[in-house]
Structures are given as structure tokens and as C-alpha cells.
Design a protein around this ligand. Sequence first.
Ligand code: HEC
Ligand code: HEC
Ligand code: HEC
Ligand code: HEC
Ligand code: HEC
Length: 270
Amino acid sequence: MAMRAFRWLSLLAAISILTLSSLAFVPESHGNACENCHKDPIFRLHNHKLYSYYQDWLTSPHSAAGLSCDQCHGGDPSTDDMTAAHKGIYSTSDPKSRIFYKNQPQTCGTCHAEVTRSFTESKHFQSLTVYDELAPNCSTCHRAMNRKPYYHDIVDATCRSCHKRDMLNSVSERAEEILRRLNIAKGYLGWTTLYYDMKGWPEQTKQTVAGLSSKYHGIVAKGHSFDLADSDRTSAELLSELLLIFDSAWKECQRKQECKKLSAQKDATP
Ligand code: HEC
Ligand code: HEC
Ligand code: HEC
Ligand code: HEC
Ligand code: HEC
């Protein structure tokens, strides 16, 4: 059972992303002269950096959510004139830029308020803003346009590069274990949601799953304060609560031979 369940979980990862979005607050965007000009394929040849930032944006959850460039960079998206459009946009290394490393939490925080509130409680944020020390900010872990990061890559590319003097490697090991649990939790939530979307939700189950889904997002947001003891405890609790729900749904699905139907439906989704 376990093997098949895991095959399902990986198959459904893409779907769970759709159903589990964290519902960030999004102010309205006006026009997209930025995109119209920046998408010009000529940049592939003439200015490769522009080209690659645009490609990153195209495949990011932000583009999927309909965000435009100016919502992070500022500028005027209603004009085709480059100079006018770039008014208020500075190079990343300029402290006036909205994406200068110290300004990023504020910029991202207009939409990701809960995550950012936790982040400002962390030693990372203090090191960054008060002591001017090398510490990660939002784009260190999520990259510029925030392609969806896979947790294992985040730990390898970030935590391990700074916390390696820690002899037991305990920060990175613990972070990886916590994130592994959250990733499985996301898989359980995604599968359970898909199953009951197909067959109809019992009211009680619906409430329980909605509660666990917001608990999941709460734990991820709180995780940005990097209180590992707290995340360790809450992620383990969440996983065992979700396992109960998932397990009973999975058994029901097999008993009623609905899993084949679900599989066919999954293949039909684009
Ligand atoms: C979710 C916020 C966000 C959105 C939306 C976004 N960017 Fe960015 N962008 C950033 C961040 C953060 C950086 C900082 C660079 C880094 O750390 O790699 C950046 C860097 C850049 C850079 C390099 C700037 C420099 O000074 O080197 C370019 C060019 C760029 N973005 C273009 C765009 C374009 C064009 C769009 C729309 C198609 C866009 N961005 C949408 C957040 C965003
Ligand atoms: C008519 C074309 C055009 C429009 C419109 C335009 N850009 Fe640009 N943008 C460019 C070009 C070309 C560059 C390369 C740098 C330069 O020549 O200034 C650039 C550079 C940038 C950079 C990097 C800045 C740096 O200092 O490294 C960012 C960020 C950016 N644009 C964002 C935007 C945003 C946001 C908008 C809309 C509000 C926008 N652009 C509208 C053509 C355009
Ligand atoms: C104008 C609003 C807005 C701004 C500004 C913004 N985001 Fe987002 N972000 C969203 C929306 C909407 C989504 C997609 C829905 C969701 O997952 O909440 C999203 C998704 C994400 C995700 C993927 C979340 C997931 O479900 O796994 C990450 C990571 C992220 N944003 C980080 C950032 C970072 C870092 C910045 C600053 C550089 C930023 N965002 C700026 C609105 C915004
Ligand atoms: C030290 C690394 C690190 C830093 C710094 C960081 N994050 Fe994250 N972030 C993560 C990890 C790890 C996850 C969980 C990814 C997963 O579950 O696959 C995450 C998840 C998220 C999510 C998804 C939330 C959800 O409910 O699913 C958003 C949005 C986000 N981060 C935004 C931000 C913003 C905004 C900042 C800056 C204020 C930031 N992050 C700083 C590592 C980081
Ligand atoms: C760019 C370097 C850098 C990266 C990347 C980084 N950290 Fe840190 N981290 C720091 C610094 C600097 C401090 C503050 C040290 C201090 O003040 O004792 C810190 C502190 C911490 C603390 C607090 C330790 C304590 O004593 O309370 C934890 C936990 C932590 N980091 C976890 C992580 C995790 C998990 C990741 C990856 C998702 C990560 N860090 C990525 C630099 C980094």
C-alpha cells in the first residue's frame, strides 16, 4: 500500500500545487508594457541577463497568478517609453531599489504578510538589517521570480552553504527533516482533496481538511522565524493528524475500487 500511495503522491505533486496555494493578497496590476517590451526575443542575443530573468518569470508561480513586473519592481507599466516606464526602478545593488536585499522583505511582504512577519522575528533578518552580516533574504532561498523551490534544493543551496561550521550539521539536517515532513503533508492534502473533489465531500471531512490545510500554511509561514524546535514539533503533529485522514480516504478508495477512476480522471487533466 505504501509504495502505491507514494507513487500517487509524486504523480499528484503538480495538482497539489494548484489546490494548495497560500492565497497571498494581491493588489491590482495595471497594464503590462513591461512584459510586452521585455519579452522581445532579441534580448536573448543582445542582453542575455534580461532574457533569462524574463524566462524565469514566465515559469514562476507569480506569472501563473497574474502578477506583473511592476508589482515587485515599481515603474510605470502604462507606457511603452522605456525611460518613463523605468521611473523609480534602480539597479538591484542600489539601496533605493525595491528589491535591494534589505528592502526585499518589505516589498514581498505587501502580499506575503504572514511569512514576512515571521521572517522579521528571525536572527536572519536581524543579521541582515541590523548587523550587516551575510544572511539569507527572500530571494536567496526563492530566487528572483520565485520558481517553486524544492525543499531539498533549498537546504543544499542555502542552509548548508552558511551553516557548515556547525560540526554536526544539525541545522541543515533538522531543516531537511522538517521540510520533508511538510512536503509529505502537502502530498496527503493534495491527494485527499482530489479524491473528495471527485466523489463529494462529507461535511465533517471537508472542515477537517480545510483546517489542516490552513494549519499547513501557518506552519510554513511561522517556519520563517527559523525556530527549529517549534517547526519540528508542529510539523510532526500535522503529519500524524493528516496521516489519519489520508489513510482512511486511501482505504475507502481501494475498497470501493474508485482509485482506477481517479487515475483515469487524473490522466484526463491537462
Ligand atoms: C515576485 C517579485 C518579482 C516579479 C513579479 C518580477 N521580479 Fe524581477 N526581480 C525580483 C527580485 C527579487 C530580483 C532580485 C535579483 C536577484 O536577487 O536575483 C529581480 C531582478 C530582476 C532583474 C535584474 C535586475 C538587476 O538590477 O540586475 C531584471 C532585469 C528583472 N528582475 C526583470 C523583471 C521583469 C521583466 C519582470 C516581469 C516580466 C519581473 N522582473 C518580475 C523580483 C520580481
Ligand atoms: C520599451 C521597452 C521597455 C519597457 C516598456 C520596460 N523595459 Fe525594463 N528594460 C528594458 C531594457 C532594454 C533594459 C536594459 C537596461 C537598460 O537599457 O536600461 C531594461 C532593464 C530593466 C531592469 C533592470 C534594471 C537595471 O538597472 O539593471 C528592470 C528591473 C526592468 N527593466 C523592469 C521593468 C519594468 C518593471 C517595466 C514596466 C514598469 C519595464 N522594465 C518596462 C526595456 C524596457
Ligand atoms: C503583488 C503581490 C505579490 C508580491 C509583491 C510577491 N508575491 Fe509571491 N506570490 C503572490 C501570489 C498571488 C502567489 C501565488 C499564490 C500563492 O501561492 O499564494 C505567490 C507565490 C509565491 C511563492 C510560492 C508559494 C507556494 O505556494 O509555494 C513564493 C515562494 C513567493 N510567492 C515568494 C515571493 C517573494 C520572495 C517575493 C518578493 C521578491 C514575492 N513573493 C512578492 C503574490 C505576491
Ligand atoms: C533561509 C531560506 C528562506 C528564506 C530566507 C525565506 N524563505 Fe520562504 N520558504 C523557505 C522554505 C524552505 C519554504 C517551504 C518550501 C516547501 O515547502 O517546499 C518557504 C515557503 C515560502 C512560501 C510558501 C508559503 C506557503 O504557505 O506555502 C512563501 C510565500 C515564502 N516562502 C515567501 C518568502 C518571503 C516573502 C521571504 C522573505 C520575507 C522568504 N520566503 C524568505 C525558505 C526561505
Ligand atoms: C547567507 C548565510 C545563511 C544562510 C543561507 C542560512 N543562514 Fe541561518 N543563519 C545565518 C546567520 C548569520 C545567523 C545568525 C547567527 C547568530 O546570530 O547566532 C543564522 C541563524 C540561524 C538560526 C538560529 C540559530 C540560533 O542560535 O538561534 C537557525 C535555526 C538558522 N539560521 C537556520 C537556517 C536554515 C534552516 C537555513 C536554510 C533554509 C539557513 N539558516 C540559511 C546565516 C545563514
